[in-house]
Design a binder for this molecule. Structure first.
Ligand SMILES: NC(=O)c1ccc[n+]([C@@H]2O[C@H](COP(=O)([O-])OP(=O)(O)OC[C@H]3O[C@@H](n4cnc5c(N)ncnc54)[C@H](O)[C@@H]3O)[C@@H](O)[C@H]2O)c1
Length: 337
C-alpha cells in the first residue's frame, strides 16, 4: 500500500463538499479522492467538477469493484449507512462514516460480528471528540482533578437552525431516522460519553415534542421538533440534554457545562470557575490550532497505517447508537399545535 490512501466518497452533499473535501485537500500527503457516487447523478457531476475529481461511479457496486480504492467515506443520509458500511467491508475496504453511524443498534451489532473476521478499520466520525477544545478540556480535567472535586452534573444544549439539506436528509424520518435528537444528539451524547468514558446508565427518561407532519413539494417534515433527555449515570452523575430545530437564524446554542463540587467548566468556550477557599478564578481560553475534520481523518490514517487504536471504537459507537435508540423507544411524546 502506498503512503497515500485512495478514497471514494458516497453521498456528494453539503457536508462532504464543505468539510470533507477541504480537509482531504489540506491532507493531500495522506489522502487522494479518486471517485464519487451519489444517488443523484447531477450532484455527483457538480461535486466532481467543483473538486476536480476524475471518476463518477454509476452505482455503489461499481465503486466497490474498484481495486484502487482503500477507503470508502460514507456521507449519505443516515438510513443508507448500514448497507453501505457492510457492503464496503465485505469488498475489503476500510470505512469512515458520518454520524449517526447507523439507525439501529441491531445493525451495528451485525457489522461488529461480521467485522470480527474481516478486521477492516471502521470509524464513525464523531467530530466533536476531535476538536482542539475537547483535547484541552480533557487535559484541564486531568490536571485539575483534585481541585475540581467530584463531577456532579452535565448540562447541555443543541438548539440549532434546521439544517440545509438535499431531498430532506434531515427532516424526513424515513431517511434521517429522526430529528434533532439523533442529529445533534449524536454530537453531544457522543462527546459526553467519550469524556466520561462510556459510563453505565442507571436511569433515563426523555420527552420528544412533535408537530403535525408537513409535506410540500420542497419539504417533508415528519420528525420531532425538539427533545429533552435526562440520564443518571453510575456514581450519581447526572446528564441533561435539550435540543431543537428552529427556522430562525438567530437561535443557535451548542454547548455543554460540566458542574463539579468546586466549580464548573463550559465547552466549547472553555470558561471556568474554580473555587479555592474563598477565591474564585476565571480563565479564558486558547487558540484553535487545527481543524477537527483534519484531526479525525489523520486519526483514521494512523489507524490504518500504524494500527493506532480508535478514539471511538465500534463498541463506543454502539453505546451512542443504543442510547439514542432507547430515547426514541421510551420517550414521552408531547404533541404541539
Ligand atoms: N459532523 C458534522 O458536523 C455533520 C454535519 C452535517 C452533516 N453530517 C452528516 O453527514 C451526512 C450527510 O449530511 P449532509 O449535510 O451532507 O446532507 P445533504 O442533504 O447535504 O446531502 C446528502 C447527499 O447524499 C445523497 N444521497 C441520498 N441517498 C443516497 C444514497 N442512497 N447513496 C448515495 N448518496 C445518496 C443525496 O443526493 C445528497 O447529495 C449525514 O449523515 C449527516 O448527519 C455531519
Amino acid at each position: 500500500m502506498s503512503s497515500i490512501l485512495n478514497i471514494a466518497i458516497i453521498g456528494c452533499g453539503k457536508h462532504a463538499s464543505d468539510f470533507h473535501m477541504p480537509s482531504f485537500i489540506r491532507l493531500k500527503k495522506k489522502f487522494n479522492v479518486i471517485g464519487v457516487f451519489d444517488k443523484k447523478i447531477t450532484r455527483a457531476k457538480a461535486f466532481s467538477k467543483k473538486h476536480n475529481i476524475k471518476k463518477i461511479y454509476k452505482s455503489t457496486n461499481e465503486l466497490l469493484k474498484d481495486d484502487k480504492i482503500d477507503i470508502v467515506d460514507v456521507c449519505s443520509p443516515p438510513k443508507f449507512h448500514f448497507k453501505q458500511i457492510l457492503e464496503s467491508i465485505i469488498k475489503n475496504k476500510d470505512v469512515m462514516v458520518e454520524k449517526p453511524m447507523v439507525l439501529k443498534s441491531l445493525d451495528l451489532k451485525k457489522i461488529i460480528k461480521i467485522n470480527l473476521k474481516l478486521k477492516k478499520k471502521i470509524l464513525c466520525l464523531q467530530q466533536q471528540s476531535f476538536r482542539d477544545e475537547t483535547f484541552q478540556l480533557l487535559n484541564f480535567m486531568k490536571n485539575n482533578k483534585k481541585g475540581l472535586g467530584k463531577l456532579l452534573k452535565i448540562s447541555s444544549k443543541a438548539n440549532v437552525r434546521t439544517p440545509k439539506q438535499i431531498n430532506n436528509s434531515f427532516t424526513d424520518k424515513n431517511i434521517s431516522g429522526g430529528g434533532p435528537l439523533i442529529d445533534q444528539g449524536s454530537h453531544i451524547i457522543g462527546l459526553v460519553a467519550n469524556i466520561l468514558k462510556y459510563p453505565k446508565i442507571k436511569n433515563m427518561n426523555s420527552s420528544i415534542f412533535v408537530r403535525k407532519p408537513q409535506k410540500s413539494k420542497k419539504l417533508t417534515f415528519n420528525i420531532e421538533s425538539a427533545a429533552i433527555l435526562n440520564v443518571e449515570f453510575e456514581k450519581r452523575k447526572f446528564f441533561e440534554f435539550e435540543t431543537s430545530y428552529s427556522l430562525k437564524k438567530s437561535i443557535s446554542e451548542f454547548s455543554i457545562k460540566f458542574f463539579f463540587k468546586n466549580g464548573f467548566i463550559s465547552w466549547p468556550n472553555l470558561d471556568y470557575e474554580l473555587i479555592k477557599g474563598k477565591k474564585i478564578r476565571k480563565i479564558k481560553k486558547i487558540k484553535i490550532k487545527s481543524f477537527a475534520s483534519d484531526n479525525q481523518f489523520s486519526h483514521f490514517y494512523k489507524m490504518i497505517k500504524y494500527k493506532n487504536k480508535p478514539i471511538t471504537s465500534l463498541k463506543n459507537s454502539l453505546y451512542i447508537v443504543s442510547l439514542i435508540e432507547k430515547c426514541y423507544q421510551f420517550s414521552k411524546t408531547i404533541k404541539m399545535k
